[in-house]
Design a protein around this ligand. Sequence first.
Ligand SMILES: Cc1cc2nc3c(=O)[nH]c(=O)nc-3n(C[C@H](O)[C@H](O)[C@H](O)COP(=O)(O)O)c2cc1C
Ligand code: SF4
Length: 431
Amino acid sequence: MLKAPYVTNYLTEHFGEDDYGTLEGYKRRGGYEAARKALSQMSPEEVIDQVKDSGLQGRGGAGFSTGMKWSFMPKDSDKPKYLACNADESEPGSFKDRIILERGPHLMLEGILIAAWATGAEKTFIYCRGEYAFPGACVQRAIDEAYAAGVFGKNALGTGFQHDVVLMLGAGAYICGEETGLLESLEGKKGQPRKKPPFPAQYGAFGMPTTVNNVESFSHVPFIINNGAEWFKGFGTDKSPGTTIFGVSGHVVRPGLYELPLGTRLDEIIFEHAGGVPGGKKLKGAIPGGMSMPILPAGQLEVPMANEFLREHKTMLGTGGIMVMDETTCMVRAGVVISYFFRDESCGQCTQCREGTGWMHKVIERIERGAGTDRDIGILEDVAAKMEGQTICAFADAAAWPIQGLLRHFRNDFEEHVSRKKCPFSESFEL
Ligand SMILES: Cc1cc2nc3c(=O)[nH]c(=O)nc-3n(C[C@H](O)[C@H](O)[C@H](O)COP(=O)(O)O)c2cc1C
Ligand code: SF4
């Protein structure tokens, strides 16, 4: 029995029905009709235009227009073209792709087939994080079923279009979710991000033009093809159309997955859908979009969950992974945990990132232990500022932003640790 998502919309409507993950169950609910329509009735340009018009923004974190990205694939190249489906989902606080991989793998595969037609790609590599053994197995089973039924291969859906799909499991590194780290890992190398340009559309997997999209981004596409761009724009805000699957974790009564229109207010998601903070405690702050996004304090939770509004609060939607913290949370300790993760996951190519993540962790840990000074808070601000926008990939920014957010909104916590020479929240330093 599926416990989550607690709230469904078009994307996850059938996720609670066990046979939806099978080809037969998926087809019974109209599955692969959108792909059939795209491949037999629409030109690649028409598909790209429809996805562009829908305003679909990538759900992997950066929020870039999906249709626009597809249009960057070269049209006159004689090289093979590829797609990469980013199923790495390593961002702490994010678990929305997992439910698609487990409960709706054919939805993602159908989106991939449509994207392949639109971009002229002959092969898709699905890169799934190694820890997702079960979700990976669900996808492999769906791929096998789809091949057996002629959905993929030399004559996809009997249309004469050729497309192949392979699944690859990673080995558990956060940085392999960054699209060029992913491509390196896919090629069997160390998952170290590439300098850009050239971008993947020019030089991607094995040096061939490649488009990288997130699992959820692909999964919205069949609905757009079936129902049209205007229908899709009926959900969400003017600038951020559609729904997304918000993952809510931390100090809430009902942690889980909630498919809601973009622009739904953060306080509505936390208090109405996720049941608010347990035990009558007050909410202290919430991270809106996975651990790399800056935290918001309790007073700023009325913000609609869409980038155009979140940016005004110096944060972003990221992956929509909402992490809620109640009044008992020590924000310095939260900083220790966050900085520990980023220190461990830096790939080490850039000095600012390799050294900066280590310094930040060392200094925050010192403050948490009660051995920090006023100067340490300044050092944290200085190091975080010097990491931003300086490096090969956005990992260093992703490491600096949450610490900057904690200092912006919870500076008191840091200052109290320094003045009391101990953590005011707990005697123990156990993490
Ligand atoms: C450090 C880092 C980690 C990332 N991890 C992921 C991830 O796990 N899954 C994902 O889809 N995108 C991740 N991204 C974003 C990808 O680089 C890329 O923008 C995305 O896969 C594009 O898909 P979309 O346009 O459909 O969102 C990460 C980016 C960075 C900088
Ligand atoms: S910013 Fe960090 S993770 Fe990204 S390439 Fe540089 S060292 Fe590696």
